[in-house]
Design a protein around this ligand. Structure first.
Ligand code: ATP
Length: 270
């Protein structure tokens, strides 16, 4: 379990990026922080692997305060996926993935074998192993980023807008694959996005973050969608958007689901 205990972060310029924030991420669950730009999501995420230390308050992993842990070892023990992929441009795909196992002491052949296995895990062809990142599509680069984060078999995965830079169709398939992967891996995932639909698609629990990390609501996707706690959440979730207000229509004996403007979305299975 990851626990944020009354954390505040003030950067040098003064006003707090996050102020007195507390929440937990249960083990083996996916918790998605969703909120508008500048609300402090990335700051919160980076407190877990000590890329940012809180000005006050504590972050605990399984009851141990992370500030008592060596930051380098901590970072190697936690998977981290960024929007930009963060791949080293002059290293091949397999080298990029093998980096953390190597740093953790695996031999070169073992690290390479592990990296190839991770390519399988994230659904990439092993033929891509000797390519450089620039020779991959955006979606493939993000898969390599996920493979690298998983390569040392961390318990915790931090994901900061990992699918933000790919087109909507690839994005949906990456979300689907992450869900499938999580079903078998059961990692503790803290995921940051500003896209509420991504949060609804991925989360066991969603935390809606307002200014300075203030938690506007925490709940399952169904709870957030059906019982928004206040006007801020309702607006953020877009409960009044046409695609949220589905209706049933009859089309020659088939039940068709439409949005509020009558546009067909799919058919109803009973
Ligand atoms: N290194 C830094 N130095 C000074 N201020 C910072 C630093 N990093 C973040 N901030 C400020 O802290 C606030 C929260 O930023 P943060 O990146 O955590 O938000 P976010 O919710 O992740 O935003 P986004 O969705 O745009 O990434 C912002 O006002 C930002 O300008």
């Amino acid at each position: 379990m990851i626990e944020f205990d009354r954390v505040t972060k003030r950067y040098a310029d003064g006003s707090p990026a996050v102020a007195d924030v507390s929440f937990t991420v249960p083990s083996h669950k996916t918790v998605v922080l969703v909120g508008s730009s500048g609300s402090g999501k990335t700051t919160l995420l980076r407190m877990v692997n000590r890329m940012v230390d809180p000005t006050s308050g504590r972050v605990l992993i399984d009851d141990v305060d992370v500030t008592t842990m060596d930051p380098v070892r901590l970072r190697r023990s936690i998977g981290y996926v960024l929007q930009s992929g963060g791949l080293l441009p002059h290293r091949t795909v397999v080298e990029n993935i093998a980096i953390v196992p190597r740093l953790n002491g695996a031999t070169r052949p073992d690290a390479r074998e592990r990296a190839l296995t991770m390519l399988d895990t994230v659904g990439l062809d092993r033929d891509l192993a000797s390519r450089f990142p620039a020779q991959l599509s955006g979606g493939q680069q993000q898969r390599v980023g996920v493979a690298r984060a998983l390569a040392s078999d961390p318990n915790i995965l931090l994901m900061d807008e990992p699918f933000g830079a790919v087109d909507p169709i690839v994005r949906r398939s990456l979300q689907h694959e992450l869900r499938e992967l999580q079903r078998t891996l059961g990692k503790t995932i803290l995921f940051v996005t500003h896209d509420i639909d991504e949060a609804l698609a991925l989360a066991d629990e969603i935390i809606i973050v307002a200014a300075h990390g203030a938690i506007a609501q925490r709940g399952t996707p169904t709870e957030i969608l059906t019982r928004p706690a206040n006007a801020f959440v309702a607006e953020f979730v877009g409960v009044d958007r046409p695609e949220r207000r589905l209706r049933l229509a009859d089309a020659a004996g088939v039940e068709v689901v439409t949005d509020a403007s009558g546009r067909p979305i799919g058919t109803l299975e009973r």
